[in-house]
Design a protein. Structure first.
Lengths: 251, 315
């Protein structure tokens, strides 16, 4: 596990590189895409465990904080979700440079899954995307964020202790998993649990064959759901196993 | 509250990852001001709050570290072994001793990097309790201790304040009148012969890191007395999120009357703030108050420019 800063001066991103512990799945790398900042505090632990686990499977992994979140440069109030896909792109370039892989898989939780699909649409070096508990409908999610608001100040809503600019909410409203999925040509796997608020909607899309992807239902606790104020979610063991299987089964 | 315009004009804060640790590779982030101006002592070390990673709940630790750095104080936030981005312990030390070992190693590396031998430890909740234990061991280097919502104890006045606040609450009377109050529910269950709902013990289980701090009033009092006698300045901050234990500004003085903390300890009280300072305004207010406290008697001790060692740490 090697923590470091990367990216342009003034926009440094904090990342943790899990190098593959032995040569094996040559050319395989994974970049983890976090959800919105208030959910990312809880997913950090799941990503760490998964990163350690995949590195033992000889897969290079990089997890990182978007600009203005976690330990990356920038004040929380400067968070702009329109910049998150660019940060994922920077992380992909970094992983390729430090590990020597020439293509990567992306794993994204919640809104991170939609950012990952957006990046996959734009780049040719993304082999596949794993969407873990993805947000299905931006408008529904946006309404959830508005309901969870605990305060407002200068064009920002305080959700779970972190600011979300109104501008970000407008962008979230436009997002749709179905559209994002249909715009990519790489392989996509979806992991969802019945505890997820939008599980029913996802199920009906799958029943109607409207989604082109692998799908696995897990009973795990939700990795993004913080346990009260402390912000640490339980370990999603079943989902971790599925991801490991999908990534190591690949040719 | 600290206004944006009050910040120092040359506030470009630089940050470097520092990987250190003799037995376990620990990781932290050093925040410092890049301007070629004198740095101020002490260096502030921010400890993990429970098992939350070093950026802190709601990024509180990153926020405070950068505010300190903007104002010339070098700040360092790091993960204890097994927390955030530091791997699990690779020695056989029990957690309680391991945390102290991690802090000692942290101060050792910072001494070399920043050229200072004066540190302030800052922690929230269990981080505050760990800070107190570490200050006792490291009193030669720790000159200040900031404890945000540390372990504390109720007093008689706490109960009076609680009753008074409840009686003054419209919601309380409304729930009584509408027969929705918890007490009425309990009485109803008793009349109907229902067993009270068992407490969900699973929910009460806490990670070990939360409970390794000092739990006993006498032991904490002794510890506070000892560190104060050895010259450690004390700053306490309590929030409304802690109101089930602490609900009036001067409660600390009544918990430890034998220590006469009123004479020199700083006690900050944020009755509207949540335990993790979820609101921007409360975070800003906390940062301003802590900066004022830091400037209390350290502002005269200036150190040379950013030492070369810091520049070399970039990974």
């Amino acid at each position: 596990m090697l923590p470091f800063f990367f990216g342009a001066t003034g926009r440094e991103l904090y990342g943790v590189y899990h190098p593959a512990v032995a040569v094996g799945h040559a050319g395989r790398g994974v970049v983890f895409c976090s959800p919105l900042a208030h959910e990312a505090i809880a997913t950090q632990w799941a990503y760490r465990i998964l990163g350690e686990s995949l590195s033992r499977e000889r897969i290079h992994c990089l997890r990182f904080d978007y600009r203005a979140t976690g330990d990356s440069a920038g004040d929380s109030r400067e968070t702009r979700i329109s910049e998150h896909p660019r940060d994922i792109g920077t992380a992909i370039d970094e992983l390729k440079a430090i590990s020597g892989v020439d293509a990567v898989h992306l794993i994204g939780i919640r809104l991170g899954a939609l950012f990952a699909l957006d990046v996959a649409r734009q780049r040719t070096d993304v082999q596949g995307v794993i969407a873990w508990e993805p947000i299905i409908d931006g408008t529904t999610y946006c309404n959830e964020l508005i309901e969870a608001t605990i305060g407002e100040h200068a064009g920002c809503r305080n959700v779970g202790g972190l600011p979300i600019a109104d501008e970000n909410l407008h962008q979230i409203r436009e997002l749709s998993f179905e559209c994002a999925l249909n715009a990519v040509s790489c392989e996509v796997g979806v992991i969802a649990s019945p505890h997820q608020p939008e599980f029913g909607r996802l199920g009906s899309l799958l029943d109607q064959d409207q989604l082109r992807c692998r799908f696995e239902v897990v009973q795990d606790a939700l990795p993004w759901k913080a346990d009260s104020e402390v912000g640490v979610a339980p370990l999603p063991a079943q989902a971790t196993r599925v991801i490991k299987r999908w990534l190591t089964d690949l040719g | 509250m600290m206004d944006q315009t009050q910040r120092a004009p040359q506030t470009r804060v630089r940050e470097r990852v520092v990987n250190f640790g003799r037995s376990t590779p620990l990781t932290g982030v050093l925040s410092y001001r890049s301007a070629a101006t004198a740095r101020r002592s002490p260096c502030v070390v921010i400890l993990n709050a429970g098992v939350v990673r070093k950026s802190g709940p709601n990024n509180l630790n990153s926020f405070l570290a950068r505010r300190f750095a903007e104002n010339g104080y070098t700040a360092f936030r790091f993960d204890f072994a097994g927390v955030g981005d530091s791997p699990n312990r690779q020695d056989r030390l029990p957690l309680k001793e391991g945390v102290l070992q991690d802090i000692t190693e942290c101060l050792d590396v910072l001494e070399g990097l920043c050229g200072t031998r004066e540190f302030v430890l800052l922690g929230l909740c269990s981080g505050a309790d760990n800070g107190l234990r570490a200050a006792r061991v490291e009193a030669g280097r720790v000159v200040g201790l900031v404890m945000l919502d540390p372990t504390v104890f109720r007093t008689k006045r706490w109960y009076l304040v609680k009753v008074w606040k409840r009686a003054a609450s419209i919601d309380f009377w409304k729930s009584l009148v509408l027969l929705r109050h918890r007490w009425i529910g309990l009485m109803r269950d008793r009349v109907r012969g229902r067993e009270p709902v068992a407490c969900d013990l699973a929910r009460l289980e806490e990670p070990e890191l939360y409970t390794i701090g000092l739990q006993d009033r006498r032991e904490i009092s002794e510890c506070l007395r000892e560190v104060r006698e050895r010259g450690v300045r004390l700053c306490f901050a309590f929030t409304g999120g802690w109101s089930e234990i602490y609900n009036y500004r001067t409660q600390l003085f009544h918990v430890y009357p034998e220590l006469h903390l009123k004479e020199d300890a700083e006690v900050l009280f944020f009755p509207e703030a949540s335990h993790t300072f979820m609101s921007d305004a409360h975070r800003e207010a906390l940062a301003s108050a802590l900066l004022r406290w830091l400037e209390g008697d350290h502002s005269q001790r200036l150190e040379p420019e950013v030492p070369p060692a810091i520049r070399a740490v970039s990974v």
